[in-house]
Design a protein around this ligand. Sequence first.
Ligand code: PLP
Length: 406
Amino acid sequence: MDYERFYSRVGRQVRESAIRRMGAADDDRRDVVSFAPGYPDPTLFPWDDLRDIAGQLLSGQEPSILQYGPPRGLAPLREATVGLLAARGIAVTADELLITTGTQQAVDLLARVLVEPGDVVLTELATFTGSLTAFRNAGAELVGLPVEHDGIDLDALDLAWSCALAGGRPVKLLYLIPNFQNPTGTLLSRDKRARLIAWAEYHDVLIVEDDPYGSLYFDDETAPDTRPLRADCDTGRVIYTSSFSKVLAPGLRVAWVTAPSALIDRLENAKQSADLTCGGLDQHLAYEALRRGVIDRVLPSLRARYRSKRDIMEAAMCREIGERLAWGSPRGGFFIWARLPHGCMDVELLTRAQAEGVTFVVGSAFHVDGSGHDTIRLSFSEPSADRIDEGIRRLSRALTPAAAGS
Ligand SMILES: Cc1ncc(COP(=O)(O)O)c(C=O)c1O
């Protein structure tokens, strides 16, 4: 049966994410080294703690564990998340918080509740494809702003705002990933954070701050620079979302969004039509992990291991690839963003790289304007040290024809 005539506007335009597509290519060839998905290293999941917690939760003593729960999220988890936010400098009440099925759902709900078809949404150029999809599905007109070494280009921001206004479609919101941005690894400077809040207040634009990587800084001196914008803005202008995916385990699908309670009420209603509530077992696992201090205990080793993986990848890139790629060293997070040699295109390089047995995400997938073909994202978080070395050797071979041709 031909479904084409039944599809809605969204149904017609939904696409598989570029990252998932590249992940699927891995599955087809078992020996492929994958630098594509931003997956945490599964050897760093706190398996023993989670096994203990799950054993107790599933003992049958407490029937509510497997029962439907409140759409806003489990009350103790919301309270504990308020405490976690306080440690990040953000003062909110549990009323101002909604537990979501990943940050992905938080962004999707925000897009549904805030964006009308044709509304202008500003993003970094490049930015996380999952959020682009959510905003696109809501019919947003996406405008990308270049990212400098210290974050979004504020002159370009002003210009984009004026152009949108002149076109009769004022900017509704600005979506930002200030900490170790996905995909560029950039850390937004403190100065720009302050200026962005002032800018948004002055121009009456909402900021959606997506912060999955802020706790994964590689040096203690970097920690103060990860202070969320939301921590310095109490007016409701900044909507903050973060997740347990990168600091506990993404398979739990537990994240949260914080905003004034009137907006949280709307998001909660939208969530009810999506999934009624997050998985109760997942929320209990996340709550117990927080309550028992598991996350605080594992964070230092996560930082050390991801830092070491960054170092291993950069050392291999220097050794094997040298000046054929240019990149800035990330101070946290999961990603190295690399610029290709002159004349080398991301999509063609990917084809050659896959033939060599290595994969990554093409830079253009993260750009709303069709640009970025001279960039690629290499994720160092999941593969082991040996696989990182091997993958970079393969990437170097894939780069050779381009380098020779340039
Ligand atoms: C910037 C950003 N936002 C959101 C997500 C989705 O995270 P979650 O697992 O919480 O849905 C990711 C995952 O890679 C991400 O990098």
